[in-house]
Design a protein around this ligand. Structure first.
Ligand SMILES: Nc1nc2c(ncn2[C@@H]2O[C@H](COP(=O)(O)OP(=O)(O)OP(=O)(O)O)[C@@H](O)[C@H]2O)c(=O)[nH]1
Length: 182
């Protein structure tokens, strides 16, 4: 039973008892769907190493969902063990845009992921480039993970020294990731 079917019954105003039953059934079905979705999601997050989170630039709700998903990823995985890409899709729908590029960029900075705005409908190449960029980074992360611990420490120390030299080590500095509209 879908929620809109339950509300149509309301409009008719008949058989209140039946309506009560339908509404509670619909509610239960929704709760179940959410639980199922989250259960499955948890499994995917557990084994995944690279994640693409997509929202539509013309749908604020999808942007909030993307935000939640990135939050769950950050909670469930260690930062150095996965790579993520935030994709703002449907950039061709400029007239009905609800999320600006800066909002997407800000969210990607908050969660340290790559960010691109694309239009799957208009330009397949853009989507492809974004995925390639994610895979490149995911491969580098895997290679780094495979290095012996001593070598890994060496890499960290070198980047720390470089950071100190170029004054990029203050806490307020957030790492800027590649991002553009493609
Ligand atoms: N204008 C435009 N439409 C798109 C774009 N990408 C997908 N669509 C359309 O959006 C609709 C939903 O696309 P789906 O591929 O079914 O994606 P979905 O994840 O089910 O997305 P939603 O139904 O929007 O939640 C379809 O009608 C697509 O043709 C895009 O970049 N631009």
């Amino acid at each position: 039973m879908k929620l809109h079917e339950a509300s149509q019954t309301t409009a008719r105003g008949k058989d209140k008892e039946r309506l009560k039953g339908l509404t509670s059934y619909a509610k239960k079905a929704c709760e179940l769907a959410v639980r199922k979705k989250n259960g499955c999601l948890y499994e995917h997050i557990r084994w995944g190493e690279a994640f693409v989170v997509v929202y539509s630039v013309s749908d604020r709700h999808s942007f909030h969902e993307a935000q939640e998903l990135l939050g769950q990823l950050a909670k469930l995985k260690l930062p150095s063990y996965y790579t993520s890409l935030l994709l703002g899709n449907k950039r061709d729908l400029d007239h009905s845009r609800q999320i600006c590029v800066d909002d997407g960029q800000e969210l990607s900075l908050q969660f340290g992921c790559q960010f691109y705005e694309v239009s799957a409908a208009e330009n397949f190449a853009g989507v492809s480039l974004a995925f390639q960029s994610l895979l490149r980074e995911a491969r580098s992360v895997q290679l780094l993970k495979a290095l012996p611990i001593r070598r890994k420490l060496g890499v960290n120390s070198v980047s720390k020294v470089l950071g100190n030299i170029f004054g990029k080590n203050s806490k307020g500095d957030r790492k800027k990731r590649p991002s553009l509209s493609i």
